[in-house]
Ligand binder design. Structure first.
Ligand SMILES: NC(=O)C1=CN([C@@H]2O[C@H](COP(=O)(O)OP(=O)(O)OC[C@H]3O[C@@H](n4cnc5c(N)ncnc54)[C@H](OP(=O)(O)O)[C@@H]3O)[C@@H](O)[C@H]2O)C=CC1
Ligand SMILES: O=C1O[C@H](COP(=O)(O)O)[C@@H](O)[C@H](O)[C@H]1O
Length: 569
């Protein structure tokens, strides 16, 4: 989860945060706007507050221009719902030595604080994404990055920790070491509790020292478990509770809810494919599409991250977001509000899921010659006899004129045969097909299928029927393939890079609005409740397999064959 705060000018003139001067972040607050962001599941929250004029800029080569930070600056404590404790220690600080403190008043700066910096997401994704933005000149000239967490760490230890996960873009290999050094010098660490006002006040002082007299903008990336944000976030109501809690302090337009799948290249490309190619949009309905499949699989287990289970972890957020983009009507424009209006509409047309629409599974251990792969319940973080699903398949229906009767099948699983995320669109059979005899009896074999492979090895391909060259009339199935690695030499940016940059620039198109989130939970809450209340036992499947047989039965009930299994592609 990430949080952004911006908009303070001349930080020495600002008011430190205190319960009595608690920031009510509203457009009228000190004459500036601030924004905050939340993730699609409560576990990913991005808070952003920024200056009255939106941060503008094109991508990238130092194009991010930050201007007009105005009014008082306040650090947004990430735990602003919980009572703030007085820290026990004294407030004495060793402030970092910062050069060039006397800077022109018109210069801007951005301070990014990664809250939960000692954690897995911060190490693996957030710091590397920030480094990639730095290498692409997407960060402003003046910026500072702070890691914040309870663990005790020096700046040097933080730098050492993150340096292990930084990588250079293949086309920017030269000067990589130098770039890493420059980047790491801008990274600092402050240890503190998530609910302690004084610890945040200490951080505020350090940030101000770096910001000097520049116009400053602040981003807090809340890369911590959701239960640190509000008291009750573990049940299905948690999302609403989280939104309610945050709205005590922040306006909706200050909230950026992150779902990193929306930052993936091919998910961004979905709308381009649909709305900029005449050949697709006319086919995009129940008239031509037989079913749509959204498939996520990972070839590794939960590895200490048992947590919420696959429905909340992958389906209710990542796959549903993709589905909303896939199925929405044409937005009025590409503006964030227009796109999000359409997403909300289509989500609200989806029928809430019940047990009948869903199959759940859990992986068991598997011996493969010399290797033993563990069961989900072998994980030390998992309670004995846990019924948490690590696999789920679901059939969703959209009750509107465009999609009535079309099954949208989702499946998601951990510890499966391979790692992939893809959208498969299976078209209807050709009526009165002249070539039906040549195509054989299994018309599914000859169905046109559009595959959008989100990862790995990004591609968009369309399966068509064609004649085998030669004198005889023999038909074949082939792919028209846009294979990204072959078409573009440029490396595809990580989703977090795009989203961080959007957050820095104040672009909300890829973030989730609260009504979208409500609509998304309304689809999954009934079935999540039923699974919990009825203690539904997940079907077992061996680690490394294709998942439980129930997924095939579910698909068969809707006359569907999973495309990833039937074609092997
Ligand atoms: N890891 C991933 O790939 C992904 C994670 N996410 C979400 O991002 C967030 C961060 O994920 P991740 O980095 O894996 O999380 P971690 O469990 O690694 O937690 C991050 C940090 O938060 C602090 N922390 C952990 N548990 C507690 C607790 N109970 N009370 C107080 N502090 C705690 C720890 O820092 P310290 O003890 O130093 O304070 C820890 O290093 C989560 O909400 C997760 O669901 C989303 C997408 C992918
Ligand atoms: O949000 C999550 O996503 C990751 C998968 O993300 P990817 O970008 O590597 O595909 C998943 O492993 C994790 O369980 C989930 O919380």
């Amino acid at each position: 989860m990430a949080a952004f705060s911006s908009a303070h000018r001349r930080s020495h003139a600002t008011t430190p945060y205190s319960p009595s001067s608690r920031p009510r972040l509203s457009p009228s607050d000190g004459g500036h706007h601030r924004r905050v962001a939340l993730s699609s599941i409560p576990s990913r929250l991005a808070l952003r507050a920024q200056s009255s004029s939106r941060l503008r800029g094109s991508r990238c080569a130092n194009a991010v221009r930050l201007h007009e930070g105005a009014g008082a600056a306040t650090i947004i404590p990430v735990e602003n719902k919980l009572p703030l404790k007085k820290s026990e220690g004294s407030l004495s600080l060793t402030l970092p030595k910062v050069e060039n403190i006397n800077i022109g008043e018109n210069e801007s700066t951005v301070s990014i604080t990664v809250v939960g910096a000692s954690g897995d997401l911060a190490k693996r994704k957030i710091f590397p994404a920030l480094f990639a933005l730095f290498c692409e000149d997407c960060l402003p000239k003046h910026f500072t990055i702070y890691g914040y967490a309870r663990s005790k760490m020096t700046d040097a230890e933080l730098r050492n920790m993150i340096s292990k996960s930084l990588t250079c873009r293949t086309h920017k290999r030269e000067n990589c070491e130098e770039k890493m050094d420059q980047f790491l010098k801008r990274c600092f660490y402050h240890s503190g509790h998530y609910d302690c006002l004084e610890n945040f006040a200490e951080l505020d002082k350090k940030l101000k020292l770096h910001e000097g007299r520049r116009i400053s903008n602040r981003l807090f990336y809340l890369s911590i478990p959701p239960n640190i944000f509000v008291d009750a976030v573990r049940c299905s109501k948690s999302s609403a509770a989280l939104t309610k809690a945050l709205k005590q302090y922040l306006e909706e337009n200050q909230i950026f809810r992150i779902d990193h799948y929306l930052g993936k290249e091919l998910v961004e490309n979905l709308s381009v494919l649909r709305f900029s190619n005449l050949i697709f949009e006319p086919l995009w309905s129940r008239n031509y599409i037989r079913n749509v499949q959204l498939i996520f699989s990972e070839d590794f287990g939960t590895e200490g991250r048992g947590g919420y289970g696959i429905i909340r972890d992958i389906m209710q957020n990542h796959l549903l977001q993709i589905l909303a983009l896939f199925a929405m009507e044409t937005p009025v424009s590409l503006d964030a509000e227009d796109i999000r209006n359409e997403k909300v509409k289509v989500l609200r047309c989806m029928k809430p899921l019940h047990l009948d629409d869903v199959v759940i599974g859990q992986y068991t251990s598997h011996n493969d010659r010399s290797t033993t792969y563990p069961a989900y319940t072998d994980d030390k973080t998992v309670p004995n006899g846990s019924l948490t699903p690590t696999f789920a398949a679901a059939a969703i229906f959209i009750n509107n004129a465009r999609w009535e009767g079309v099954p949208f099948l989702m499946k998601a699983g951990k510890a499966l045969q391979d790692r992939r995320a893809e959208i498969r669109v299976q078209f209807r059979h050709v009526p009165g097909n002249l070539y039906s005899q040549k195509l054989g009896t299994d018309l599914d074999q000859a169905t046109n299928e559009l595959v959008i492979r989100v990862q790995p090895d990004e591609a968009i391909y369309l399966m068509i029927n064609n004649k085998v060259p030669g004198l005889e009339m023999k038909l074949d199935h082939s792919n028209l393939n846009l294979h990204y690695a072959a078409r573009y030499s440029k490396e595809i940016p990580d989703a977090y890079e795009r989203l961080l940059l959007d957050a820095i620039e104040g672009e909300r198109r890829l973030f989730i609005r609260s009504d979208e989130l409500d609509a998304a939970w309304a689809i999954f809450t009934p079935v999540l409740k039923e699974i919990d209340e009825k203690n539904i036992v997940p079907e077992s499947y061996p680690y490394g397999s294709r998942g439980p047989a129930g997924a095939h039965r579910l698909a068969a009930r809707h006359n569907v064959k999973w495309g990833d299994l039937s074609t092997g592609q």
